[in-house]
Design a protein around this ligand. Structure first.
Ligand code: ES4
Ligand code: ZN
Length: 326
């Protein structure tokens, strides 16, 4: 077996996945028709042609526009099920999935509708395919802390059904420190915390996510490679990074895959995991990320074993649950 075949075939966990970012153009048009909505694109090809991003913001503008087709519980169920079906094809057995309630509640879709639909999809995948999932409720950092506080209030009746909290959307100009009080409340609820940091933002944002928000993992974190003191700390404290290689190349964080900091992060002994982020928009699911990384870096079998073991080590499942897969 080649190292690539090993990486593709072994069971793995995905820890950085925005469910709204798994909305494929085909499903977007299907849901638009079902809900009597017109997308501002003539057809699937026209929508795909718009996937020519310059940076995070140019992607987010399209991502929020497409999310408008998600209206009913069935829509969220079908979205979740489509992702999990595709994830299964990549031998993903466990997924920790982010959703952005504010993207939907701002359009008048009830929190309960979003959550119930996502749970229905996850339940079907558990029953049919034995897949395990966790939901991470993510706050949109371009909004004010007060708005996020109100969203947390809205989530409280459903709090047992939310496993963890996250922070995503436009990073530059919205440092983690802006959400110190929000994350203190989330921590007091006894939930694990994650935050996007060091995707477009500087290493200082990663320090803030650790010191102020007290996150258990960093989403992206790829700019940590610019700061030796930060690398040393991430290694010492065994803080996992959920790295999304195709995303970073598509959003021009790196000019091409060969420029990616992944090998540098691994060389420092960090707990790096590979993930697909927004697979419908960035050129593919986890398998495609693995192929693109292997083409650029030609990792050996031991490196791939480490990466795949990291995906479980960095997950929020217990040792006992993990034992089933390893
Ligand atoms: C995202 Cl790639 C990325 N970065 C920040 N926020 C996001 N939301 C969805 N995808
Ligand atoms: Zn992300």
């Amino acid at each position: 077996m080649t190292p690539l075949e090993l990486a593709l075939s072994c069971p793995k966990a995905e820890l950085h996945l925005h469910i709204e970012g798994s909305l494929e153009p085909e499903l977007a048009f299907e849901l638009a028709a079902r809900n009597g909505i017109r997308l501002p694109y003539a057809d699937i090809a026209a929508l795909r042609a718009a996937y020519d991003f310059e940076d995070l913001q140019s992607f987010l503008d399209l991502y929020y526009a497409c999310a408008d087709v998600l209206r009913t519980e069935e829509d969220f169920r079908d979205l979740m099920l489509a992702y999990l079906r595709r994830a299964r094809a990549d031998n993903i057995v466990h997924a920790e999935i982010m959703f952005d309630p504010q993207t939907h509640t701002a359009r008048g879709i009830p929190f309960a509708t979003v959550l119930a639909g996502l749970e229905q999809g996850a339940e079907i995948a558990r029953r049919e395919w034995g897949m395990s999932t966790r939901l991470i409720m993510s706050f949109l950092r371009h909004l004010s802390e007060e708005e996020c506080m109100r969203t947390l209030d809205e989530a409280l009746p459903f709090i047992e059904r939310i496993h963890a909290f996250g922070l995503d959307s436009s990073e530059l100009g919205h440092p983690p420190a802006k959400f110190a009080r929000l994350f203190a409340r989330c921590a007091a609820l006894g939930k694990p915390l994650v935050a996007h940091a060091g995707e477009e933002g500087p290493p200082a944002y990663i320090f803030e996510a650790l010191d102020i928000l007290k996150v258990a993992r960093i989403d992206h974190g790829v700019r940590a490679s610019e700061d030796p003191a930060l690398l040393e700390r991430l290694a010492r404290e065994e803080i996992p990074l959920t790295v999304c290689p195709l995303s970073n190349v598509r959003l021009c964080v790196f000019d091409d895959m060969r420029q990616h900091s992944l090998p540098a992060l691994l060389a420092q002994g960090l707990c790096v995991t590979l993930n697909s982020d927004d697979p419908a928009y960035f050129g593919g699911y986890l398998g495609n990320n693995i192929r693109a990384v292997q083409e650029a870096f030609d990792f050996d079998a031991a490196t791939w074993r480490t990466l795949m073991a990291n995906s479980f080590r960095a997950s929020f499942v217990s040792e006992a649950e993990r034992a089933v897969w390893l």
